[in-house]
Write a protein that binds this ligand. Structure first.
Ligand SMILES: Nc1ncnc2c1ncn2[C@@H]1O[C@H](COP(=O)(O)OP(=O)(O)OP(=O)(O)O)[C@@H](O)[C@H]1O
Length: 369
């Protein structure tokens, strides 16, 4: 059945190939391995890395293309999801039609090609969110989020795989950049200051809050400003931004009508031996205990419905993610990708603490769904 559907718009040979590659084993890479490998930027290393990607990316992409074909409740048939599947099949075809990489010239061509693949997939998350939204509208409203657990699990696997694919491509492309900032090896900053990243991310979140509400609570950051460790600043920025944005929103909405000043949000950075933990605390009134299991699903948000009409899944339009309810689940995936985790502990009637654990050792292999 799945094979038949795929055949509708792509050749049978390609579909057979997708199934063959989709059953091959994926190879996980650790942060330490990316760091070690990227720090010697010789021609030989670049070729080896490209050869690895030439074999690894089609395996990962084929697995997702197959899974996109057999989703429950008719999700596979939603137009936005069909579009996403076609992007995966196009990228699989591009990768498989690229000849064996033998020299620096092939490697440069290959790098150009995977850079384009990354751009093609830019809008996968909002497109899938649109597909899920379309599904939600067509389902029995009595169905609870727990009934959609299968979809939730699929999205977790799907987005985790996407983080990995984009990290591998982005890292390979970035190590070619002759203007890399000091201490940066591709996406990885060998001496990243979590305090500095938390500062930047908080300022960004505050400006979104200012734009939306006209004012924004302060964010106080505590920890050793000279402490650094190897991590991906873009990932950490995204995670802290999401957490602070949630806290700002909760505090702002709680204190909007009040004459009392809005209490600040506190960020504490602790450097342990195993983990670096970043705690984001607010006094925004917390989350009801009954609501807690829902906050990590992709199907729940208390924010207003986003304006889906603005989403043109066929172009590279910048899309705001506000209110998709994706902030926390995606944030947790980014943390888990390099062996960390995210926990939310809440006191209803007072506020919320988010604990973002980042593995400091960098040894854990990518989780590969
Ligand atoms: N610090 C917090 N205080 C109170 N409620 C929170 C807090 N963080 C999250 N929540 C609740 O959890 C829900 C899900 O949060 P999540 O970040 O996943 O999505 P969102 O903020 O609604 O949308 P998005 O992050 O995609 O813009 C929120 O809608 C909110 O109800």
């Amino acid at each position: 059945m799945a094979t038949k559907k795929l055949c509708d718009s792509f050749s049978k040979t390609l579909i057979d190939e997708v199934h063959k590659w989709g059953s091959m084993k994926q190879m996980g890479v650790s942060l330490r391995c990316m760091l070690d490998f990227g720090s010697v930027q010789s021609e030989r290393n670049m070729i080896l890395a490209a050869q690895f990607l030439h074999r690894e990316l089609p395996v990962r992409i084929a697995r997702r293309a197959i899974e996109l074909e057999s989703l429950p409740y008719g999700l596979s048939e939603k137009p936005a999801v069909v579009k996403v599947r076609d992007w995966y099949l196009d990228s699989f075809r591009d990768l498989r039609s690229f000849p064996e990489i033998k020299n620096a010239n092939d490697e440069r061509e290959f790098t150009r090609m995977i850079k384009m693949i990354k751009v093609r997939h830019n809008n996968v998350v909002p497109a899938m969110a649109l597909g899920v939204q379309q599904l939600k509208k067509s389902l029995d409203p009595k169905l609870d989020y727990e009934d959609l657990d299968e979809i939730h699990q699929f999205l977790d696997r799907f987005y985790m795989s996407r983080i990995g694919i984009r990290m591998l491509i982005g890292q390979h492309v970035a190590v070619h950049d002759p203007n890399q900032p000091p201490n940066c090896i591709g996406y990885i900053h060998a001496k990243m200051s979590p305090i500095q990243v938390a500062k930047d991310a908080s300022e960004d979140a505050r400006s979104v809050c200012l734009r939306e509400y006209g004012s924004a609570p302060n964010v106080n950051i505590y920890g050793d400003p000279s402490f650094t460790f190897p991590y991906v600043p873009a990932h950490l920025h995204m995670m802290v931004f999401e957490l602070v944005k949630n806290s700002l929103r909760a505090v702002q909405e709680r204190y909007m009508e009040s004459d009392k000043p809005a209490p600040p949000i506190c960020i504490m950075v602790a450097d342990g031996e195993e983990d670096v933990t970043i705690k984001v605390s607010d006094e925004g009134g917390g989350i009801a205990r009954s609501g807690l299991p829902r906050i990590f699903t992709y199907l729940y948000s208390t924010a207003n419905d986003p304006v889906y009409e603005r989403l043109d899944v066929g172009s590279a339009d910048v899309v705001t993610m506000a209110g998709y309810g994706y902030g926390l689940p995606i944030c947790r995936l980014y943390a888990r990708y390099f062996g960390g985790d995210l926990q939310i502990i809440s006191m209803e009637g007072y506020g919320t603490d988010a604990y973002l654990h980042l593995s400091r050792l960098g040894d854990s292999q990518e989780p590969l769904p």
